[in-house]
Design a protein around this ligand. Sequence first.
Ligand SMILES: C[S@@+](CC[C@H](N)C(=O)[O-])C[C@H]1O[C@@H](n2cnc3c(N)ncnc32)[C@H](O)[C@@H]1O
Length: 268
Amino acid sequence: MSTSDSSTASKKTLHTNDYLTKFNTDAYLSAYSFFEVNPSFDCLLKKMINIFVQNKHRIGHGQALEFGGGPALFSSFILAQYVNSITFTDYTPSNLKAIEDWIEQNDDAHDWTEMFEFISNDQLANLNNWEHRLRDALNYGKRLKCADVNGDHCPVLNGQDRYDVILSSLCLDYACLTLETYKNTLKRMKNLLKPGGCVILTHGRNQTFYTVLDKDFFALPVDEKKVHDALAEAGFTDIQVTGIDKPRNKYADADGYVVACAFKSNEE
Ligand SMILES: C[S@@+](CC[C@H](N)C(=O)[O-])C[C@H]1O[C@@H](n2cnc3c(N)ncnc32)[C@H](O)[C@@H]1O
């Protein structure tokens, strides 16, 4: 499918290939500066941090995969404080370029200071040390373009590397066009985890679209139950799923966020 008739009847939305030509990376990044665009985003960040704090003796410290990281570095910023290496993947080349720009400290790199300060202050940590760990972890890992999750040929999902933790923030609900693909992608992610490994997910809740600049992008509506059931069906254990309420707005019709964490059993 190239352009969008797969989504809701009311709104035409973009997806899959459209990301390659119609997703405005700079506009998406600038939205992270405004909590008006992302209400309750501070609560989402705190929930993500809490998952790491509460499971810190359980989450392995070796290799992580950030799947569909976009041009955004807040998830990897948290992740890098717990793991040595991060393989950062995204579907959209301009997003990966934005990550390179930050690593290389290029002049036009997005300035993450405000959000990184929010996260490090919450943990009473030193911002410079944490930024340093992020650059190191990204440099130890790889940067990979991932293929469309709706197809079988996705070198990242079919890859040979095994991870202690896989984090995917606000991605699978935008990438997977059906609940079946979402469930199947979770199964493929479980195969990529080492025994005892952990998957961490965030999604918009009950969302059908989000807007970047003047373009509407597809979202697969999920809620706490659908995410819990999909993780259980994929064979994960110790599944923790929570919701955060937020008002719908003109930028996205999500009525909240879903944050989930689950483990692959040690025996697999
Ligand atoms: C809303 S962005 C999320 C970026 C970032 N993780 C964040 O939290 O801001 C969704 C990401 O999903 C990726 N994506 C969209 N469609 C995809 C697909 N069909 N297969 C794989 N990734 C896809 C896009 O490249 C985009 O970066």
